[in-house]
Design a protein around this ligand. Sequence first.
Ligand code: ATP
Length: 380
Amino acid sequence: MALPSAKPQVFAPWNDPEAKPLIRIEGVSKSFGDFHAVNKVDLDIYPGEFFSLLGASGCGKTTLLRMLAGFETPTEGRISIDGVDMTSIPPYERPINMMFQSYALFPHMTVAQNVAFGLKQDRVPKRLIGNKVREVLDLVQMSRFAERKPQQLSGGQRQRVALARCLAKEPKVLLLDEPLAALDKKLREQTQLELVNIQDRVGITFVMVTHDQEEAMTMSARIGVMNAGSIEQIGTPVEIYEYPTTTFVADFIGTANMFDGVVSLEEQNRTVVDCSELETQLTVGHASGVAVGAPVTVMVRPEKMTVQREKPDPRINCVHGVVSDIAYLGDISIYHVRLESGRKVQVALTNLRHTSEQRLTWDDEVYLTWHPANSLVLVQ
Ligand code: ATP
């Protein structure tokens, strides 16, 4: 008898050389006059993937999404979907649907009529439309609101109707432009997980644009971090947080303490960096791949540091400073420690005990240490 597999299969088609991408973006650029909004982007997105384009305002993520939808034409490069070149295919003939930030529901139509609209336009038989509308409203848990008008719904409910309307047409790809921007924090967090569950059930490829890193980290299989029109790094949430490849990504995703220096020793599993600012050497638990003397940045996340009042021994990766600020966030506290050089470093500690029993307070002298394996060398 075959035993059921203990672990769910890991979804990672990008690691499979045989896997065929659904969306292939090759050398795509977009200029408005002499301004380069999107610059030579190469990106493969796989069937069933939840992919997010993450970046600050103006970095070009919406322009890239609009080129996928066919609302903008690339200045150069090529986009293909399912092996078909999209260059001469108009938006309405692409196997794509786009959910806009504003949801763009028709105010004079009921929820059911809004969802049915696209199907009617496509001349789908009436009987099939009724079934499809019921099915997608069930999926987004909005069946009992089918006869309401959009203005009789909350923001979160409208968002679900907009999603149902997009899903009804069974696109191969759904593009989502800041889909949760209009929702308050609590509802947004709840809706993030709902959206991921729905995407998992329907199996449609989602490409989302967001500037909210938490949202991208929570929802995506992979993230493309954009900066000034280019993609700086593509990776899973864990990869881009734990192993950023550039100082921009390290700084943009979460909080990063970064120390500049030059490589003084390079071995197979170890890099030693001279940091003149800290007047010490830092040891990192991997090879940097650059020559001795090369300028690099050592990155350590705040939660990877330990903090103590007593001088540690031996003192590998140890810096000394004074607590200058404490941000109490409930579950964790962020300690800002001013080093002798004047530079501030952030350390995150989990609040395992009640705050009245806090270990550290303002003006405490502390030593910060971290294991070499918990830091990273970034090449400048
Ligand atoms: P946001 O999060 O603010 O929406 P974004 O990363 O999505 O930002 P885009 O909307 O892609 O950014 O815009 C990228 C750049 O291209 C911006 O500087 C913008 O001003 C410029 N841009 C976008 N559309 C046009 C246009 N039609 N004409 C001229 N410039 C444009």
